[in-house]
Write a protein that binds this ligand. Structure first.
Ligand SMILES: Cc1ncc(COP(=O)(O)O)c(C=O)c1O
Length: 389
């Protein structure tokens, strides 16, 4: 017997953290209770009924009537990949509007499915105007326009007015990343003319990571049906998955049943609160945070009209070791805030107020710590100084 890898571990004892970063956010306690239920079979009639409930509530959260709306097994990136894998045929032109890290991920994925990818870019912290998108569509005539609605790397919310109509004029599918907006920031997929969208479980929906909501409208379904070859990804092939999630209920893969228990509970809570209330709650807590940060003399990266209520990017003040301060928050107070990603690495903190965590007491707690403990992290002073203060 080889016992070299047999670690003598104690039962798991992770600390309780307050997750105020870019995600995951804390899960609602009743979602955690749902996750801990005894699993049932993934073809059990009770589970089959639950699947329908999850699909219907996802339609509500997204404001869509799309038949093909399912929680992909996997995280947001799996659902992101599913939107591309099912609709791209080699050589299809895909226009990606890149204004942050996740736009770049769309580019990478679309290239892997052998699309001819063209991009337009805005500096990180800005959004696209309709005119810019119009000009790029006229120039490139893509089959798919891919956009990130809520760019978690910058805290920018992309205005959506007119983009759906533009895509229809050009006979192009509109693909939207709603990972950091679903359940927290207004999203109206059908009214916006969005053909493909995806999200995650671990942010506005107050569930742990593990599922990637996916939806596909009739125009995207038609493109899938007209493919000349198979979808080049077996696991994410929606035509196969729909035999399980549609009326046939044919086995595809063993569904992560407990994750879907959690998702059902998360979506039930959202429906109980009501979308408009959830959106208003996120907005008012974000505004409380923004005004508090500005009162403390901190500078926000994104101009007010484009700010995302779920994710705020704050410039790290000159002379402050941003990483040391966020480590201090984690180690001393059990609070996680995020650092900058890509082009913003080292220059911003990212503060998330998502789902269950979008609450005034969390905002006040963080503002209070910034006020009392950040000054010690200005250069020339040390964390020890704050302990003494
Ligand atoms: C905007 C955006 N898109 C996609 C993803 C990828 O999702 P996941 O990390 O759940 O795979 C994230 C993750 O945070 C995101 O913020």
């Amino acid at each position: 017997m080889n016992d070299r890898h047999r670690l003598p571990l104690e039962p798991i004892a992770t600390p309780d953290r307050l997750l105020l970063g870019p995600g995951p956010s804390n899960a609602h306690p009743t979602v955690l209770a749902a996750l801990a239920r005894t699993p049932i079979g993934h073809l059990d009639p009770i589970y089959i009924e639950l699947m329908g409930e999850v699909q219907e509530l996802l339609r509500y959260a997204w404001q869509t009537d799309n038949r093909l709306t399912i929680p992909m097994s996997g995280t947001g990136s799996a659902a992101m990949e599913a939107t591309l894998a099912n609709t791209i045929e080699p050589g299809d032109k895909v226009l990606v509007a890149v204004k942050g890290y996740f736009g770049l991920r769309l580019v990478d994925m679309a290239q892997r499915y052998r699309a001819e990818v063209v991009t337009i870019e805005r500096p990180w912290g800005e959004a696209f105007s309709l005119e810019e998108l119009e000009a790029a569509m006229a120039l490139h005539k893509p089959k798919i326009l891919a956009l990130v609605h809520a760019e978690t790397s910058t805290g920018v919310c992309q205005p959506m007015e007119g983009i759906g109509d533009l895509c229809r004029q050009h006979d192009c599918l509109l693909l939207l990343d709603t990972v950091t907006s679903l359940g927290a920031v207004p999203v109206h997929l059908d009214a916006w003319g969005v053909d493909l969208a995806y999200s995650c479980s671990q942010k506005g929906l107050s569930c742990p990571p593990g599922l990637g909501p996916f939806t596909m409208g009739p125009r995207a379904e038609a493109k899938l049906a007209a493919r000349s070859g198979k979808v080049p990804n077996w696991y994410l092939d929606v035509s196969l998955l729909n035999q399980y999630w549609g009326s046939n209920r044919v086995y595809h893969h063993t569904a992560p049943v407990n994750m879907n228990f959690g998702m059902r509970e998360a979506l039930r809570l959202l429906a109980e609160e009501g979308l408009e209330h959830a959106w208003a709650r996120h907005r008012s807590n974000a505004e409380r945070l923004w005004s508090g940060l500005e009162r403390l003399g901190l500078e926000l990266l994104v101009p007010q009209p484009l700010r995302l209520p779920t994710l705020t990017t704050v410039r790290i003040p000159e002379g402050v070791d941003g990483k040391a301060f966020s480590l201090h928050l984690l180690n001393r107070h059990g609070i996680e805030v995020g650092g900058g990603l890509g082009a913003l690495a080292g220059s911003v903190w990212r503060i998330g107020l998502m789902g269950y965590n979008s609450r005034a007491e969390n905002v006040d707690l963080l503002l209070n710590l910034l006020e009392t403990e950040l000054p010690a992290f200005q250069s020339g002073r040390t964390a020890v100084a704050v302990a003494a203060a």
